[in-house]
Design a protein around this ligand. Structure first.
Ligand code: DQA
Length: 141
């Protein structure tokens, strides 16, 4: 199984940005953890990060031919991007939405998730472990 892990804007700043919310560990730490866990579960995986909405749409579209499942933390685009929702619908691959923080217990504007309108499952508020849980979800499918 080939899993695409997509991270949206500002997730490359994890470990630097708002440490009280997102923690002290860095984006490199996250990538290492996720790629090791994916390999341990027997998946092929690619981790992709971009701060640009169109690039995220392009990468999601690539899943049509190149991947069997998507794990996506779209960052702030979660709450605004109909284009990302449409791309997920277009490729029609199973997707799990992940957020480091609990988007439902923060500002009201974070409670709306376009990604969540497509995703089979949402994991929020579990930090890096949310990505591990998402990988395990695909293993159990
Ligand atoms: C986030 C939550 C979003 O609301 C925020 O814009 C982010 C990170 C998270 O992982 O908790 O950039 O997706």
């Amino acid at each position: 199984m080939r899993i695409l892990i997509i991270n949206g804007p500002n997730l490359n700043m994890v470990g630097i940005r708002e440490k009280n919310i997102y923690g002290e560990k860095t984006y490199d730490d996250l990538c290492r953890l996720v790629s090791e866990k994916a390999a341990a579960l027997g998946f092929e995986s690619e981790i992709y990060q971009s701060n640009h909405e169109g690039d995220l749409v392009d990468k999601i579209q690539s899943a049509y031919t190149d991947f069997d499942g998507i794990i996506i933390n779209a960052g702030a685009y979660t709450h605004t991007s109909i284009a990302i929702l449409d791309a997920l619908k277009a490729v029609s691959k199973p997707a799990v939405e992940v957020h480091l923080s609990d988007i439902n217990s923060r500002e009201d504007f974070r409670k709306l998730s376009y990604v969540g309108m497509y995703a089979e499952k949402t994991i929020a508020g579990k930090g890096f472990d949310g990505y591990i849980e998402a990988l395990e979800y695909f293993k159990g499918k």
